[in-house]
Write a protein that binds this ligand. Structure first.
Ligand SMILES: [Zn+2]
Length: 647
């Protein structure tokens, strides 16, 4: 099973490896028909070129690797022989016919439909954005222009604009894809009668359309700026849609996972950055697409970022194949800083050399593109701090440091970070550093440092595994703030009422969807009264029975009276309700985390917030995945909420 001998030879003849090698780094002439370069292979890095390439072969005198064009691609793209043939064929513009593949699985063929569909969709989105006659996209165009993104850049990076929801089936993405996809399937030998079905299944498998009330729709991405996501070999595989100002949350919405889009493997920007990474021997990791693009436009075009999920260890492993020198440039808000902090768990394990940048005045890399200050951005990244120093500075920055008592408290947290760092050679210098920063005497700090013991290894968040609990009970300050009203809590309260109405009128839906009894609890609700109403309804056959259970002059009674007047919603599905409950949960958790932040500041107990990175990651994943109540993240967060409220 594999490519025919003839086809393999055809690919070999049509390929010049010296040409291919130029994609992976700078090359120099080394005689007729021969070039040399710094070894681009993942396991070897060098400063003077000893990797030689000719039309058909390569040989590295540094690491000893050598072979033909297919071996080269297999090593660099971490793929098997058949895939290496296919990639080089694509590069040479050869398209295999059915006779070129002998026997066995047509797996790759099926995936090909998805690449094709995504590429077509990408072109449609780009054209919609760049077509000046399309008034629809006016807002998106000015948004991008203000951020320094030109039309040419939209072409380069595959940036477009999606359809408004109102266009729906008649004139949206699905309608626009019908003609080109029909043509494509006809040409690839699909029977005419099968084509409509084939199109529908391809759109669903590619994450471009989904089922909504028995119809195939593309509502998921309505009115968003669409960033095409490519795999590391430049094949379009998915989209990330960014809201316009005033648009619907969340800020970024990503394609669902598909056969070709695995969120914990894909890094946005790697397809463009990789050839520069070899030369620079470092990678800049940032958060949003616009940040990555800003850097790709700078003189340091080595930026990547996760998309659709927070950075995972899997991403880190993938990047270490290119270099172990990471520069972190994350947003200056708490979420961004926590995301950066997370790298400390991978530093020793993967032998990383990490630096972290703090950009001036809380800007994100993207802001520098908007202000045409990319040189300034590069300068700041060049001055990035070693990771340990950055973490110490952050702790000091977070804490209160006016009195001696406060400074000692902060110093204790900082000393712990140093103690936990695997490189003992750094320890003494950083103890001194903390002393200077906090104006505390070295001898006392050193003694304290020697008495400090290492934090027991914490296990990183993996699925259902729970991190050790070391939280303190909430203080009275927090209890008061818990009662405070805000706009956010109003939204949560409305959502809470909606879920209560579902419990009253559509209880069956909750049970059939297995949301009850385990995935919806009184503690999900933003107010105590709603929680009590939930319990009362749960224990009653109807609203009157529930009213009997509560004090007649209470807030609970009032809520129940209002519920009595609400109408059942017949079109509710378990899926919709489960997302509502998921959102209710996330809002509740976020509210608790805010309180935790306030508490940490008020009591100067920074340990409270240094330990919540996993919760933030889980929240982000749930938000990006449309509040999946049945995910392991949801289980983790429910458990966390229980623990926190019990104390
Ligand atoms: Zn080598």
């Amino acid at each position: 099973m594999g490519w025919s001998r003839e086809f393999i030879e055809k690919v070999r003849e049509s390929t010049d490896l010296t040409d291919v090698a130029r994609d992976y780094g700078d090359t120099k002439n080394a005689g007729p028909g021969k070039i040399k370069m710094n070894c681009p292979l993942p396991n070897h890095s060098e400063k003077t070129p000893s990797h030689y390439v000719q039309k058909e072969f390569f040989k590295c005198f540094g690491c000893g690797e050598g072979g033909d064009i297919f071996k080269f691609i297999q090593l660099l793209e971490n793929c098997d022989f058949n895939e290496s043939v296919q990639r080089l064929a694509g590069r040479a513009g050869l398209s295999p016919g059915p006779e070129d593949w002998i026997g066995g699985s047509a797996g790759e063929d099926k995936r090909k439909d998805l690449f094709v569909a995504i590429e077509m969709a990408s072109e449609i989105y780009i054209n919609r954005l760049l077509d000046m006659d399309n008034k629809d996209a006016q807002k998106a165009r000015s948004f991008l222009r203000e951020r320094g993104i030109t039309g040419a850049m939209c072409q380069t990076y595959g940036i477009g604009y999606s359809f408004p929801k109102t266009k729906g089936l008649t004139d949206g993405l699905i309608a626009s894809l019908k003609q080109p996809l029909t043509k494509y399937f006809k040409e690839s030998g699909t029977k005419e009668v099968d084509i409509p079905k084939k199109i529908e299944s391809t759109l669903k498998r590619a994450g471009l359309a989904s089922e909504y009330q028995d119809k195939t729709t593309d509502f998921f991405f309505s009115e968003r700026i669409m960033f095409t996501i490519f795999d590391s070999t430049n094949r379009p595989i998915a989209f990330s849609g960014r809201q316009l100002p005033g648009g619907k949350d969340p800020k970024y919405r990503n394609s669902p996972e598909t056969e070709i889009y695995k969120k914990n493997e894909i890094l946005y920007g790697l397809n463009w950055a990789k050839k520069h990474i070899a030369k620079e021997d470092r990678i800049i990791i940032c958060e949003g697409q616009l940040d990555v693009i800003a850097l790709l436009e700078s003189s340091l075009p080595v930026a990547v970022g996760p998309c659709g999920t927070a950075m995972t260890e899997n991403h880190v492993k993938k990047l270490t194949g290119y270099t172990k020198n990471f520069v972190l440039s994350f947003d200056s808000d708490a979420a961004g800083q926590n995301a950066a902090e997370k790298f400390s768990q991978w530093e020793e394990k993967h032998n990383l050399q990490i630096k972290a940048a703090t950009l001036s005045s809380g800007d994100d890399p993207g802001d520098y593109l908007a202000q045409s200050k990319l040189d300034d951005l590069v300068q700041q990244l060049e001055k990035a701090d070693p990771f340990l120093r950055w973490r110490i500075n952050r702790i000091i920055h977070l804490g209160k440091v006016e009195t001696i008592e406060e400074r000692v408290l902060v110093a204790n947290s900082a000393l712990q970070i140093v103690k936990d760092h695997h490189e003992a050679m750094y320890h003494d210098d950083y103890v001194r550093y903390i002393g200077e920063k906090l104006d505390l005497p070295y001898t006392g700090l050193r003694q304290k440092f020697d008495e400090t013991s290492k934090t027991p290894q914490q296990k990183a968040f993996q699925g259902n595994q729970l991190p050790p609990q070391n939280r303190k009970p909430p203080s009275p300050i927090v209890e008061n703030q818990r009662k405070a009203e805000s706009k956010e809590t109003k939204i949560s309260t409305t959502l809470g009422n909606r879920v209560l109405a579902v419990l009253l009128h559509n209880r069956q839906t909750l049970e059939q969807g297995e949301i009850l009894p385990n995935k919806l609890k009184a503690i999900f609700f933003p107010t105590k009264a709603q929680g009590n109403v939930f319990e009362a309804l749960l224990n009653s056959q109807n609203v009157d029975q529930a009213i009997e259970q509560v004090d007649q002059s209470s807030e609970e009674a009032q809520i129940l009276q209002e519920l009595r007047n609400s109408k059942p919603n017949e079109s509710l599905t378990a899926e919709i309700v489960s997302k509502q409950v998921g959102e209710l949960l996330i809002r509740r958790i976020k509210n608790e985390l805010d309180l935790l932040h306030q508490e940490a500041k008020a009591t100067n107990n920074l340990e409270l917030i240094t330990g919540i990175g996993d919760e933030k990651t889980a929240i982000k994943t749930m938000e990006d995945d449309g509040y999946d109540l049945f995910s392991s993240e949801a289980d983790f967060l429910i458990e966390w909420l229980h623990e926190r409220l019990e104390k």
